[in-house]
Design a protein around this ligand. Structure first.
Ligand code: PLP
Length: 590
């Protein structure tokens, strides 16, 4: 255990602490009786997420949703928000990506050993799934903030000898298997997770449903004696992350009834499952009082998709310390005392001399250059403007857009050399995504000898941290309105990296043309055809690179450093999970 009080964060010496408690296989020390009692009996916010990104070595995340969940936990611990998090153990991870020289993605399981990172708890709960009683255990990962308190994270696991072989695999693959597999996972997470919290004696005040995978917890609450719809609603918070209707997976009614009938009374199934099936999102909407989208634009789309619900916006963020590279941490420590705990102070980044910003950035860039040399055997030039792009290879992210016109790229390169660093995995079933990765490789090969390009294998949080600090320009080209938020550009801003992005998601709020970066194409509300939208995006992409970005980088160094600094002062101060969690705490949790 850490030598700190998990509730108030005060230092305590285990040898002399007057208050301690043994619980969940650990001993915790307290500075006061009140803290001890609060720890044992106090109400917690239960944060449910299908994926959580705590460390690169715990591969239980696929992308932004999981990384955000990790940042929520990190900020909540820093801010002493009493939270417990619940997720699945995903023993085989999401996917480990191997790339052939041609850019073919080979999907490998990303197995990991929970026992090496966390401790097993003795409690067991069961959920009746179809005609099987599935036993569930939990692994506990205590996330200690380096400056604050503790957030326990429960990883649910069905890999137990008492379960049938088929059921032992329910918690193996993040977003794997067929629909039935995913519905079983939703039952383990929502119903099993709620029961596990009760079995552990953890009192839950509010349930925060981070994307709808866990929303069956609402029915589990509703079925309990003395509960009704309104009581469940007041206890549930739902954060939706999806801007388009087709993305809400609908489970066929007969499948839902067959799997849930052993747990949920028929009258509830009748009331909450539509004839054409169950979308977990609909359940979360109907049974949560506080509902929010993850940016203002996303709120507006969600209001159109789900009329009649009071949907708000809490704009996403990233954890300030986690996503700031070492050189910038050192720089902020010198100029902006207290920035990590109160990132609002980063608004004062204008007081940091430009030369120091440039110097810190060159160090972060060198770390990326070294990594690329080690992994890809390619020597990037630290003096050359470097454009970075790393995303899940899902078609709406348009990984290949930059390569639409290779001659244009050659022409830009003749104005001032450019180099490219790409990364990102495709979901194993996503044929189109895999094809895009191949196309990026093809394009990079065609440009060889002119524009240097590398594709980094197996994108993780560690690579995200290296890239978002080490490139000069962070490119994002999703198709509006599919990007509900996006967060990697916020990581870039924390490190003085300049965003060049399509007007969608968070960038609509962070963008000030020429001051915090540059916009690509029309925003999501502009009524244009798909072709017009694409043409305009391509035009902006190439012409802004050629006439604004590359010339500013090479010929107006001071102006470039000013933009880097504004990126910190006008973006990073706001787009962080400390601000975001303070909002959740005051508006949704209290
Ligand atoms: C931050 C992060 C993301 C999210 O990036 P987007 O901008 O939302 O695409 C995805 N994957 C990893 C590993 C990350 O660190």
């Amino acid at each position: 255990m850490a030598d700190r009080d998990p509730v108030c964060g005060m230092p305590v010496d285990p040898a002399t602490a007057a208050y301690s408690v043994e619980v969940r296989g650990g001993t915790y020390y307290f500075s006061s009786e009140l803290c001890r009692d609060t720890f044992v009996e106090g109400e917690k916010v239960a944060y449910f997420s299908m994926e959580i990104g705590l460390e690169s070595d715990i591969p239980t995340y696929s992308g932004g949703l999981g990384v955000l969940a990790g940042d929520v936990i990190r900020s909540s611990a820093d801010l002493l928000i009493p939270m417990v998090a619940v997720t699945l153990v995903n023993r085989k991870g999401y996917v480990r990506q191997r790339l052939t020289p041609e850019g073919d993605q080979i999907d490998l399981p990303d197995g990991w050993d929970p026992g090496a990172h966390m401790r097993e708890l003795p409690e067991r709960v069961t959920v009746r799934i179809g005609d099987a009683n599935v036993t569930i255990r939990a692994w506990l990962y205590d996330y200690w903030s380096p400056v604050g308190g503790l957030v326990p994270v429960l990883f649910l696991d069905t890999d137990l000898p008492e379960n049938a072989p088929r059921d032992r695999e329910i918690t193996d693959h993040l977003y794997g298997g067929d629909q039935e597999y995913r519905l079983k996972q939703a039952m383990v997470l929502g119903i099993g997770g709620t029961r596990m919290l009760a079995a552990l004696g953890i009192r839950v005040g509010k349930y925060h449903i981070n994307e709808s995978h866990s929303s069956l917890l609402t029915l589990e609450l509703l079925r309990q004696p003395g509960m009704d719809e309104e009581k469940v609603q007041t206890r549930c918070i739902f954060t939706t992350h999806t801007p388009v209707a087709v993305a809400f997976e609908k489970f066929p009614r007969d499948m839902v009834v067959r799997l849930l009938a052993g747990e949920i009374p028929p009258e509830l199934l009748d009331k909450y499952i539509a004839k054409d099936g169950l979308a977990l999102a609909t359940l979360a909407f109907r049974l949560s009082r506080y509902i929010n989208g993850v940016t203002t634009a996303h709120m507006n789309f969600s209001r159109r998709l789900f009329p009649g619900f009071h949907i708000r916006a809490v704009t996403n963020g990233v954890h300030p310390h986690m996503w700031t590279s070492r050189p910038f941490r050192a720089l902020y420590d010198r100029y902006i005392t207290g920035w990590a705990q109160e990132p609002e102070l980063l608004a004062r980044a204008d007081t940091i001399p430009r030369e120091e910003i440039r110097h810190a950035h060159q160090q972060a860039k060198q770390a990326l250059v070294d990594y690329v040399r080690e992994k890809n055997g390619v020597d990037l030039d630290p003096g050359v403007i470097t454009i970075g792009f790393a995303r899940r290879a899902a078609p709406y992210k348009r990984t290949t857009l930059l390569f639409s016109d290779l001659d244009k790229l050659r022409e830009i390169d003749r104005q001032g050399a450019i180099q490219l660093v790409f990364s990102g995995k495709a979901h194993p079933d996503n044929i189109e995504g895999k094809q895009e990765i191949r196309e990026v490789h093809d394009a990079m090969r065609e440009l060889e000898g002119e524009v240097t390009g590398v594709y980094l294998e197996n994108y993780t949080m560690d690579i995200a941290a290296l890239m978002t600090a080490g490139v000069d320009v962070w490119l994002n080209t999703p198709l509006p309105p599919y990007e509900a938020s996006g967060t990697s550009g916020m990581k870039a801003a924390l490190n003085g990296v300049v965003n060049f992005s399509v007007l969608d998601g968070w960038w609509i709020e962070g963008w000030i043309e020429g001051t915090t970066g540059w916009a690509i194409g029309f925003g999501p509300d502009v009524p244009v055809s798909a072709d017009e939208r694409r043409d305009r995006a391509l035009q902006d992409l190439y012409s802004k690179l050629e006439y604004l970005i590359v010339p500013t980088y090479y010929r107006r160094e001071d102006e470039w450093a000013t933009i880097m600094r504004s990126s910190i002062a006008k973006i990073a101060y706001f787009f962080n999970t400390h601000r975001m969690m303070r909002r959740y705490a005051t508006e949704a949790y209290l």
